[in-house]
Every structure is written in C-alpha cells, then in structure tokens.
Write a protein that binds this ligand. Structure first.
Ligand code: GLY
Length: 564
C-alpha cells in the first residue's frame, strides 16, 4: 500500500490560507480538521469526515489507526481520556486503566520497602486493566453517527494490507529494543531478525487486523471477554502479571464533568481526575492571569518566571491528588477564585521562590519525552474532540499478547508506587495516589477544548508531566498573543513541576531569557523537547487551522468536505 500523503498538508505548515480558500466564494464547505501523531492516522480521520462522520467518529478512527501505525502509544492495551464538545455541551470520557483486583499497595516495593522501579515499568505486572477497547467504543456509541464498523475499517485496512514503517517508528523501536527484546512474543513482530524494521518496510499485522475485525463486529466484548481475554490473562500470568478475566470483563469507562474555567476571555474545558491535567491547567492559567501575564511584553523573561511560579504551586497541589473515588482534595477547592487570589498574592516578582516552601494544598480551607499521543479533531459543525491516549512509556510494559497482536501498558507506574519517591516522569506523588485494587492511577493528560463564541480551539500533548505545561503555553500563545496555530505550537517551551526544583528549557529558548531567569534565582537545565502539541482551531468565520508539532512525526490537515 502506498502512503497516501500527497493530499495531506503535512506537519506544522501554516494552512490557514488553504482553509480559507476552501470555505470561500466557491461555496465549498469545510468539513473539519485533524492533527495527530501520524499522517496515516490523520487520513483515517479524514475518511470518517468524508463519509459524513462527525468529530467523534473521526477521533475514534484516528485513535484506532494510531493503535496500528503508532504502536509506541496508540493502543488497544492501554487507556486515555477525551474531552468532547458537541452542540455546545461539553463532556469528558475517562477510559483510564484501573489497577487489577489483585493489586496491593506495596506490590512494587522490595522486602526492605525500597522501590523496585523495574517492576512497575517492565512486564505485565506493570499493566493496568486496559481502558481503550471499552472507552473508544463508548465514545462512538454516545457521540458518533457513522456505523461502528465504518469507524474501525481504516485501522483494519492498515493492519491487514500493511503500512510503510516511517523513520520515526523505526527509530523509536530501536530506542526501546532492550525492552522489546525481553519478550519473544514482541520481538517476533517488532524486532524481526533482532532489529527494528527499516524505514520503508511494509508492516502487515494480520493478528491485530483479526482482533480489530472482531472488535468491529462485536465491540469491546470481542477483546475483554472470551478467547481474546483468556489470551491476555495467559500472557500476563506467563510473565508474572496479575490480570484476570474478571478484571477485563469488569472494566467500564466513566463519563465525568470536565474541569471548566475562564481565562483571558476564553472558556476552557479540560480533563478532571483521575487526570490532574485539567486542574494543573486551571491553576496555571488562573494564576498567570491574576499576575498580569498579558501585560508583560512577549519576550520578557518575567513571563517565564510567572509560569514557573504558577507550575511550582500547581504541581505541589498534584501531590494531594489521585483517583476521584478516594481523593479528598477537590478541584473546586483547589481552583476556588479566592484561593487562587491568595496564591497569586504570594508569588514574588523579583526572585524565584523555593519548591520546598510550596506546601501541597497551601491556603486550602482547612488545610520528552515522547510517550503518549494526542489527537485533535474539529468537524464542520464546530463540534470537537480532544483525546490523549497512552501505554505510559513507549510500547508500554513491552509485552505483546501474541493471540491479539497488541501491547499491554505499564500505567501502574503512574501510581505513587512508593509515595514520596519520583516515578518515570520524576513526579513525586502522595498517598492519595497509592496503589489499590480497582483504582485509577493519577494522570497528567490534558485534552483541552477552549472556545470564545463560535471560535473553537482543540489541543493537548503527550509527555507525562510535560503535558499540562506544554498545553498551557500553546494555549497562552493563541489566546493572549493571537498566534496562528502553527506558530503557537512551534514556539520554544519551558517546564517546571515543583520537584525537582528546576526549570527545563528547550534549546531554542532564548539565552537572554535563560540568563534572566537565573538572575531571579531559578536553576535552568536544558531539555531536548517539552511536549508534542497537536491542535486544530475553527474560527467563528468557519476558517480552519490545524498544526502538528514539528517536534514529532505528526501530521495535520483540513478535510474540505462536500459541496452543499
Ligand atoms: N502516563 C502518563 C500520564 O498519564 O500522565
């Protein structure tokens, strides 16, 4: 199969002019836009839009295609979150993995109670109960309009007929060869003859195609019950995991109220617990707006200082968070305007504060990484889906279940496997996020939709703790500085997450701004890349922008739709 790229405006090419022409005097109606981590997945979204599908149909088609062509993070064996805006109503779907019923608080500790990180990262003991099969199906059931099998069809086609391995995929397999080579089941597919398939090799995945065909016929029961579920349990047991058939059959996605707030004249909806992403974003924007971010000249390092101080406080609060079923700190309390006023009043302008002084939950009343993948879709009606899916680390726990053809996640590492010690993302987390059976592990994913009247912006990012900070910066670039989307996504970024107490800056972050931050007392370190934001925007006049982050291999484009 040829890679059908010619028709796609790729990467972060500014395409506003193209989109405007498509909606112009010739009467062609723009059907929508898609941005995601792989051009073939973007094409799957377009095919759903062309068939008359809406943003939910397209988002599910993209996510399933990513499960084939972007196996680092696209998945059936992991989970994710989506924020959906349809007919003005906003909802959030949680299809996060859950801890198996046999999970225990200390399962990742050695007898001397020291953490054994490998256990929560490698092999199926690290795997939570997959949420994607039931979650993607539920998103389509509740919000889609195409027949289910039509939404799954592009992914089946990619797996059955094959797709050319891109340079990016070849490199990321090679980067994870140590992990993947631990499991014969995985090496057979992804390390044939001991190496990653070379770029251009056509990859056919007939077993995964069969799984997807069954999923198209019977929905999630085809994966979470019966022979497929038995195969998952067997593979897990064989390598020391604890997943059971009952865990798989019992999994349910949950509809939740999104985190909603206003900032800089825009309404914003993002993911609630068990993701901390929406709370982190709400605190960040709430604090920097109070601190006059928009009155500071764009290239002044004072803006960076305010962001860092906001993140320091927001990520300290993250220590209190976990599965909403067991978390006592509420989003409403953390984001209460009076609390944000008081937190903002405590931010020093002329020097860095210290993370050790940033108390989690202070002032409460009474108290690139590349992993993960994000996709953004907007359709011709302005309805939108922001979705982030993940296996946690690239290729998850490394184990591919041979009978179903997909990898299991290593999401258990997102729990505070040893409260107070850093996880894969360097995040120090609290008791609220300790391991417990059936519990959802805390995330940082922040699929986000922002709107002002009929102007709709959809965005999000992979990257663990980088997710909310990258998302916040792109959002600010658009809503405060009026950037076109491609420019907003491309601009260099910084990051801070309370602990460690350091500012990470991309190499392109200006030296002058770095020196200014250091003069205020911030420790600045270089970080290759911070997030990988894929965003689309439908302006009030119907023109559309789409931008894939040039930091990754993604693609974006506008689907022109049919003549009315
Ligand atoms: N697995 C990374 C996150 O959910 O934040």
């Amino acid at each position: 199969m040829r890679r059908r790229l010619a028709a796609l405006p790729l990467l972060a090419v500014p395409i506003l002019a193209l989109a405007a022409a498509l909606t112009g005097a010739d009467g062609v109606r723009t059907a929508g836009a898609v941005a995601a981590a792989d051009p073939l997945a973007v094409e799957a979204g377009f095919s759903a839009l062309r068939a008359g599908g809406n943003a939910a149909d397209a988002a599910v088609a993209v996510a399933l295609a990513l499960a084939v062509v972007h196996p680092e993070a696209g998945n059936l064996g992991g989970g994710g979150f989506a924020v959906i805006r349809q007919g003005g109503e906003v909802r959030a779907l949680d299809f996060r993995e859950t801890a198996p019923a046999g999970a225990t608080r200390d399962m990742f500790l050695a007898p001397d109670r020291s953490p054994v990180p490998e256990r929560s990262l490698v092999g199926p003991l690290a795997a939570g109960v997959p949420g994607s099969p039931a979650g993607l199906y539920e998103l389509h059931r509740a919000c889609g309009r195409l027949p289910w099998r039509d939404v799954v069809a592009p992914a089946i086609d990619l797996a059955r007929r094959g797709f050319p391995v891109g340079e990016h995929l070849s490199r990321s397999i090679e980067d994870k060869a140590d992990l993947l080579s631990r499991f014969r089941e995985t090496s057979r597919i992804w390390l044939p003859r001991g190496h990653a398939p070379r770029p251009g090799t056509v990859m056919r995945l007939p077993i995964l195609a069969g799984t997807l065909e069954a999923y198209a016929r019977r929905g999630p029961r085809a994966i979470l019950e019966g022979p497929a579920a038995e195969a998952i349990v067997r593979a897990s047991r064989r390598h020391g995991g604890i997943l059971t058939a009952r865990d798989l059959a019992a999994y349910e996605p949950v509809w939740r109220e999104p985190i909603r707030f206003e900032a800089f004249g825009w309404e914003i909806a993002s993911m609630p617990l068990p993701s901390s992403g929406g709370i982190l974003l709400g605190e960040t924007l709430g604090l920097v707006e109070r601190l006059g971010y928009d009155e500071i000249p764009r290239d002044d390092a004072a803006r960076g200082h305010l962001l860092v101080e906001a993140w320091r406080r927001a990520f300290a609060d993250r220590f209190l968070l976990g599965d909403p079923a067991t978390t006592r700190a509420s989003a409403a309390a953390l984001l209460a305007p009076a609390r944000l006023d008081a937190l903002a009043a405590g931010v020093p302008r002329e020097r860095a504060s210290l993370s050790r002084d940033a108390e989690p939950g202070s002032l409460l009343p009474g108290a690139e990484r590349r992993e993960t993948t994000h996709l953004s879709v907007v359709d011709g009606d302005g309805d939108a889906v922001a979705m982030t899916v993940t296996l946690n680390g690239n290729f998850g726990c490394g184990l591919l279940v041979p009978e179903v053809g997909f990898l299991l996640n290593n999401e258990m590492d997102d729990f505070a496997t040893a409260p107070g010690r850093p996880n894969l993302w360097g995040l120090v987390q609290g008791e609220a996020n300790a391991v417990a059976p059936g519990k959802r592990m805390l995330s940082s994913m922040a699929p986000t939709i922002a709107w002002r009247g009929r102007d709709v912006l959809v965005l999000g990012s992979p990257g663990g703790s980088h997710i909310p900070t990258a998302t916040a910066q792109v959002l600010l670039n658009v809503v405060v500085d009026g950037d076109r989307l491609s420019g907003a996504v491309e601009r260099p970024r910084i990051h801070h997450q309370w602990l460690p107490d350091e500012v990470a800056a991309e190499p392109a972050w200006p030296d002058e701004a770095r020196r200014a931050l250091e003069a205020l007392g911030h420790r600045v370190v270089e970080e290759d890349r911070i997030g990988e934001v894929h965003a689309v925007r439908r302006r009030a006049d119907g023109t559309i922008e789409a931008a894939a982050d040039p930091r990754g291999p993604g693609a974006s484009g506008v689907e022109p739709g049919r003549r009315p």
